[in-house]
Design a protein around this ligand. Structure first.
Ligand code: ADP
Ligand code: 5GP
Length: 198
């Protein structure tokens, strides 16, 4: 609660603006990142939470924009200091959402977007039940594999690991508020947009 003094000297109490936490989750390669980029282009007022990861940067990835790339030791220090909203190990690397920036943005009334995998999304659903959680599904497993291979950014071993995870992740889809199939890109984007701004 914030006490506001008006020009006449009277005081009123107002609740600070409160934003919204929105999670996009779904198997690797389903198109979350691509959907997110289009969403942020259409709606610059959304705040994207940049994660930390111990994964090495892929060609073209930018520090501070795609991820904060840190060492495992730095990651462990963040965990120990309680500075992470959620964290998870995925396909041999660690990923996490830094807490402070997200909370500041929500307090200032922003809609904050997280693009995270299943275990982290579950943690957020437990700690922030009011978050809106959206699960992105592929039209089929074979299409998912095609997209991961088409991205040409992972080794064969990493692709196999990501596909093994995908089955498990997809079977958890109905834990989330909304399931959207990313078949036709524009339709999927419009459905996400409708959910966020409704
Ligand atoms: P994720 O972030 O979920 O791992 P990406 O956003 O990197 O997935 O997308 C994986 C690949 O799938 C990219 O090459 C992207 O261009 C492609 N892709 C995304 N959405 C679609 C779609 N609706 N139809 C076909 N290809 C898509
Ligand atoms: P990639 O290595 O393809 O960038 O990401 C692998 C997976 O980690 C993706 O499913 C992505 O959504 C997820 N991820 C990215 N950032 C975070 C994060 O901060 N927390 C969690 N739990 N997962 C994340």
């Amino acid at each position: 609660m914030q006490v506001i003094t008006t020009k006449s000297g009277a005081t009123t109490k107002e609740c600070p603006p409160v934003g919204k936490l929105i999670i996009l989750t779904g198997p690797s390669g389903v198109g979350k990142g691509t959907l997110m980029r289009s969403l942020l282009q259409r709606h610059p007022e959304l705040h994207y939470s940049v994660s930390v990861t111990t994964r090495s940067p892929r060609p073209g990835e930018v520090e501070g924009k795609d991820y904060y790339f840190i060492s495992r030791r730095e990651f462990e220090q963040l965990v120990a200091a309680g500075e992470l909203l959620e964290w998870a190990e995925f396909a041999g690397n660690c990923y996490a959402t830094p807490q402070k920036a997200v909370m500041n943005q929500i307090r200032s009334g922003k809609r904050v977007m997280l693009e995270i995998e299943l275990k982290g999304a579950r943690q957020i659903r437990t700690s922030y039940p009011s978050a809106l959680s959206i699960f992105i599904l592929p039209p089929s497993i074979s299409e998912l594999e095609k997209r991961i291979r088409g991205r040409a950014q992972d080794s064969d071993e990493a692709i196999a690991r990501r596909l093994r995870h995908a089955q498990e992740e997809i079977s958890a889809a109905d834990e989330f508020d909304l399931q959207i199939v990313n078949d036709d890109f524009e339709s999927a984007l419009n459905s996400i947009e409708a959910a966020i701004f409704s």
